[in-house]
Design a protein around this ligand. Structure first.
Ligand SMILES: [Zn+2]
Length: 365
């Protein structure tokens, strides 16, 4: 909540609590003129809290819409940093972000604060996993999916159903996209529709099949419209169908899933949150499909002083450093990217064993 509004309500209450300031009225005038939102809807948006999972292509469009629309609090969660190959479709980043290897969550937050200083934006540079998801996705009214993989979506689905927070699934690859709005207790959840995530390597990804920018905006704009309906409380207008688009081959399908809710669904029926309770019994090592990279997430997060590590690694290869991560370019062709919580992305291999041994050798845990 911005200072001006707080002051207004603290003083002689010239307007009902939650009313907008003059500058908010001006800023959001075109949106409040839209009758289904109106001033009452705008006031609800200003009090709303949203978490966005993944700040890649979908996430940047989603965050842009949420922040500009005046959603009061937006948490941006992403584990990655900006690379040149992102710029074709990840609309909040530029060449300077790629050159500096800026973490996406931080770069996006900086860009969005310039677009709307009245919104509280919380960047979180982290890998969403079973250990931290309940904490990172709680305290919000809505979760938006900007992730690029099903393991994360099934985890988000578990948290959504457990905490009773709606979420909006979105996915895009090649020229195709899909979206589904999940309201716990009302609509089918992701597990009602898909029993389990597809096996790793069996689906196309943006890194193997490519993706065109326009499908990102189609999917994310659909998600954002659903988000606005949910946040202003116009639930009757929610899209109860699973949407599919192919912008290149001119196809659109809306599949009725209103009867797809399963009483014996492990998640929303039996409330058995398999993805959330899957306790890691060791470090999580994950090949980042199509990127020739492996991520290692230690089971116990640590607090590393990156400056000390930069000193320690100085003789081993070329070092790059920004406030959020440290890179070591090894002569063998791999690059180690170390984050302060002990997480590492090993670039230049898709072999988890190689990555783990590099981690042990250079970080030693
Ligand atoms: Zn279900």
């Amino acid at each position: 909540m911005n200072e001006k509004r707080e002051k207004l309500t603290e003083q002689a209450l010239p307007e009902p609590a939650g009313a907008m300031t003059d500058s908010e009225r001006e800023r959001y005038s075109r949106q409040t003129l839209f009758a289904p939102i109106g001033e009452a809807g705008q006031a609800r948006l200003l009090r709303s809290r949203v978490a966005i999972v993944g700040m890649g292509a979908l996430g940047t469009v989603l965050a842009n819409h949420m922040v500009r629309a005046g959603v009061g609090f937006v948490r941006l969660i992403d584990r990655d940093f900006v690379e040149m190959s992102n710029l074709q479709r990840q609309m909040l980043y530029d060449e300077a972000d790629a050159a500096a290897s800026s973490p996406k969550a931080e770069a996006a937050a900086a860009r969005l604060k310039a677009a709307n200083a009245g919104v509280q934006i919380e960047p979180v540079v982290a890998d969403l996993n079973a250990g931290n998801s309940e904490q990172l996705l709680s305290g919000v009214d809505l979760i938006l999916d900007g992730s690029d993989n099903f393991a994360v979506r099934f985890l988000v689905n578990d948290v959504s159903v457990k905490l009773g927070i709606p979420w909006i699934y979105g996915g895009a690859v090649s020229s195709r996209g899909v979206s589904l709005t999940v309201v716990p207790g009302e609509t089918p959840c992701l597990r009602c529709i898909f029993d389990q995530p597809p096996a790793q390597g069996t689906t196309e990804t943006c890194d193997t099949a490519g993706v065109i920018g326009p499908i990102i905006h189609t999917v994310a704009s659909h998600q954002a419209a659903e988000a606005l309906k949910l946040l202003v409380g116009d639930r009757d207008r929610l899209n109860r169908k699973m949407q599919h688009w192919d912008l290149w081959y001119n196809q659109h399908a809306a599949v009725d899933v209103s009867k797809a809710r399963k009483p014996d669904c492990p998640c929303c029926g039996r409330r058995q949150f398999d993805y959330l309770t899957a306790m890691a019994d060791g470090d999580t090592i994950q090949s980042l499909c199509g990127r020739n990279s492996v991520q290692i997430q230690p089971v116990q997060p640590s607090r590393l002083a990156l400056d000390e590590w930069a000193e320690r690694w100085r003789s081993l290869g070329r070092i790059e450093r920004n406030p959020f991560l440290l890179k070591l370019h090894l002569g063998s062709g791999q690059t180690l990217v170390l984050f302060p919580d002990g997480r590492m992305i090993v670039q230049g291999t898709d072999d988890p064993v190689t990555a783990k041994s590099l981690y042990s050798r250079y970080v030693g845990m």
